[in-house]
Write a protein that binds this ligand. Structure first.
Ligand code: ADP
Length: 276
């Protein structure tokens, strides 16, 4: 379905307009997403949080053009997304399945660049090396993914997305499968690549702290079917730091506020006034 947009939009903004998604049909039909609407502005970092099973991955797959919504539409700039757009890259949680074990790290990173018109082999190699440097793996090009730790493999997956030079980077629980120390390193890497490449980032996570640490705004999903409960602005200063940023009162207040939103019973289940 095409929805007419009347406001001017930047080419690398990403918007969901009235997205609903139902799995199954007839008696087995389950509406997971109900009328989800939001916009990620160009060069903004937005995190989507919600409880497990809320439909975050479902939403991200619709946004990436990997799956059509049942109703509503997704726009990249003013173009409706009906298939994975060229200007958009996705990093998934499961790096072990997204990297090809029989290819070297450099070959994995260069995969999306193969067949790009007008890109010579030398220029491709330069882009691959630059992407590997950006994720701190400049010497790992000749290794195979299985020779690397989980955190390093996820860095390779991020490098592959960066080599592609996307306008929009979607990340689905990208750090959920690594240990806590690696996770915070990868969170900081996200800040670094954002500062360097300046793309629009939309990251799905169930980790409230991570969402506040990374985002300019946090979209909180809840309810059944899931919809946007609130969009929370995060006005924490940059550069952010794992210790000092997370020790601020503002950080603690944002975390508590989002936790309360997620835990709030769905409308109708229990009478409860505002969230604060
Ligand atoms: P989240 O990422 O928030 O954990 P998901 O989007 O993975 O949530 O899943 C939301 C709900 O939709 C879950 O109950 C899940 O079982 C269901 N679901 C996900 N994918 C499918 C599918 N392809 N077919 C049917 N149900 C699905």
């Amino acid at each position: 379905m095409t929805t007419v947009k009347t406001t001017p939009v930047h080419a690398s903004s990403l918007s969901a307009v009235g997205i609903s998604k139902t799995y199954g049909t007839g008696a087995a039909a389950r509406e997971i997403l109900g009328n989800v609407t939001f916009e990620v502005q160009s060069q903004e970092t937005v995190c989507i949080v919600g409880p497990s099973g809320a439909g975050k991955t479902t939403l991200l797959r619709c946004l990436a053009g990997l799956m059509p919504p049942t109703a509503g539409a997704v726009y990249l700039g003013k173009d409706e997304v009906v298939a994975p757009p060229q200007r958009l890259a996705v990093v998934f949680q499961d790096y072990s399945r997204s990297l090809m074990p029989w290819l070297t790290v450099a070959e994995n990173v260069s995969l999306p660049l193969r067949g790009r018109p007008g890109l010579s082999k030398t220029n491709r190699a330069t882009k691959v090396q630059a992407a590997l440097e950006s994720v701190g793996l400049s010497n790992a090009g000749t290794q195979y993914p299985w020779q690397l730790s989980g955190g390093m493999q996820q860095r390779v997956a991020i490098a592959r997305a960066l080599a592609y030079e996307p306008d929009v980077l979607l990340m689905d629980e990208p750090f959920a499968s690594v240990d806590a120390q690696t996770r915070s390193d990868l969170e900081d890497l996200t800040h670094t690549i954002k500062a360097k490449y300046g793309m629009t980032i939309l990251l799905v996570t169930h980790d409230i702290e991570e969402s506040v640490y990374l985002a300019d705004r946090v979209i909180v999903l809840s309810g059944t079917p899931t919809s946007v409960t609130e969009i929370v602005p995060v006005n924490l200063a940059y550069p952010r730091d794992q210790v000092s940023t997370k020790s601020t009162r503002e950080f603690a207040e944002l975390r508590a506020h989002i936790l309360k939103l997620i835990r709030r019973p769905a409308a109708g289940q229990e009478a409860e006034p505002g969230h604060d």
